[in-house]
Write a new protein. Structure first.
Lengths: 333, 333
């Protein structure tokens, strides 16, 4: 197993330049005041397709284009944002694409995927979709772009932290959410290379805590069934060998409950005026816990993964009114 | 009555520079494809205090500072965004401030106003708050910053269009929402001076259609009672003499129903990944109607007024799922 290196991230950045957006870094003075730390947010919700996922998918195809090995057909399996990313990336290279998804894919992500011209095949479970994509990938001239467990995908996602740190300069800690671990692995890789002293911290839903279980046992564990979490971007059943190798080097890892996910989604939407999806809120919940553990003022960088939210998720996020409660900055229980 | 001129807008821009944010202009390629026109959005939801209102309030105080006539106390009446704007502007000049508001002020706007150090006085109705602020304004060394019916406030709001058009270059039409008419008047004034051939078009809630009634009758009409509309930023009971003088010169004016307001709030949040308030959606509904009336591809510029939304409003906005229906681009009934 050849793990991607920071040089791969730098190559990816050159390759995808002009094909993906440079997204802004934003902050809230009110939030900084409340937490006593400076929190910078890399707004990948403003990326094309509304998520960082485009970077990895474009890097894979751009590398094939460089090497003269572009396929005749692209396939991918995804719970949502990766589907859109692969559909959009394949459209950039005029390659037909089929997406294999579980029926639980949010309607809005399904519609967006199809709007890029992709064929969408639905399966009862994610596991069935994953099996079907592997079969399809065996066909001639067909390229499977995996959602996270791939060196080129990880290197592509690492360009989020690269771009952010080039803009912010040194920070004390970098936070990213964990689904399959692609963004978190790329963030770890890049941060360690650029800022060796900065902590790199992950977060996942307590209701989909396969990564936390895996880190505890030392082997990759899978969720027993479909995860019930607002953070649909992090409901992946298990991480992969590539991403697990990076996850095992993290400085800290938080499990976030559903109330905190809804709470911080509301506050991030309100304070940043960005339509951030619940997966972003997990990192912020981790920041809030980290903030009280650090007495001297520090600077944190948070990866906002995306902004694709179904109406039914918006209803769940806003069911309670959390805006009248001051931010929870105590450590998580 | 001395109406503000474009020179006043240029002066305001110089005065408020560095005290307010330069906000981005954004667009959605998907929306452009659907409508067959290019729609550019000036994202004043990303302005400090989450609304364009800061520009007018800062312009008033900055002009007093220039002239050496800063007051010892500032007072203002507002349904929300103006309250925060005046509170924030007064804090910039270290002047104590009291806000007079109707009890219907959204809790989140009230909390934000107080977070800038303002005293908040609540009244049963907006009319009572308006009376009380006029009494308070009679006290010595007290300055009332009106929410819209003031030449310096209008000139300040005109800097939104100035900044946007400097960035976009020529456009065919400019859209702004109408509450008291400050943003719309400033937008009209600036657009006419910079782009004499561009249409300037307003929009207000059908449920708070005092401006439309006034334009029809030729005199300023008032709403009979509190308006029931999601677009709380446009629930103002009547426009003023200054703003009416500009409104009468508009090229077109739309009344937007509550379903369209919710519909376009959802779609703007989803497509732009910005937390835009329902008042922004009215302009977009007007654009959709305008779009079908214009067969050749045109470019429109839309003023996104703000992004301060209570949890209860978010619940109402997302009650139905409008994301599965294609955008309504037919003319309004």
């Amino acid at each position: 197993m050849n793990l991607p290196t920071f040089d791969d991230v730098l190559d990816a950045a050159k390759r995808i330049e002009g094909k993906v957006q440079k997204t802004p870094v934003v902050e809230s003075s009110l939030l900084n005041k409340w937490l006593g730390h400076r929190i910078l947010f890399k707004a990948e919700c403003l990326q094309t397709v509304g998520a960082f996922k485009l970077r990895g998918a474009v890097n894979v195809l751009a590398k094939h284009a460089q090497e003269g090995t572009l396929p005749k057909r692209v396939v991918a399996n995804s719970s949502g944002n990766h589907a859109q990313a692969v559909a959009c990336a394949a459209a950039l290279y005029n390659i037909p694409v089929t997406i294999f998804a579980a029926d639980s894919i949010s309607a809005i992500k399904a519609a967006a995927t199809q709007s890029y011209g992709a064929e969408l095949r639905r399966f009862d479970t994610r596991t069935e979709a994953d099996k079907a994509v592997k079969a399809a990938a065996q066909e001639t001239d067909t390229l499977w772009i995996p959602p996270f467990n791939d060196p080129d995908v990880i290197a592509g996602q690492g360009t989020v932290a690269l771009e952010a740190i080039e803009e912010t300069g040194p920070v004390d800690a970098v936070f990213a959410p964990c689904g399959g671990g692609g963004l978190l692995s790329g963030t770890f890789l890049t941060t360690r290379a650029m800022l060796p002293d900065a902590q790199v911290i992950g977060a996942e839903p307590a209701n989909a805590n396969d990564a936390a279980m895996s880190l505890q046992s030392g082997v990759i564990e899978s969720l027993p069934g479909p995860a019930q979490t607002l953070a649909d971007g992090a409901a992946t059943p298990s991480v992969g060998e590539y991403t697990f190798a990076f996850l095992q080097q993290l400085d800290d890892f938080y499990e976030v409950d559903e109330i905190q996910i809804a709470y911080w989604t509301q506050w991030l939407q309100h304070l940043l005026k960005l339509h951030v999806e619940p997966t972003c809120a997990m990192s912020m919940a981790a920041v809030a816990a980290w903030a009280v553990e650090n007495e001297t003022p520090k600077t944190a960088l948070v990866m906002l993964s995306g902004g694709n939210i179904s109406a039914s998720s918006m209803q769940k996020i806003w069911q309670q009114d959390y805006l009248l409660q001051p931010p929870m900055i105590g450590p998580q229980e």
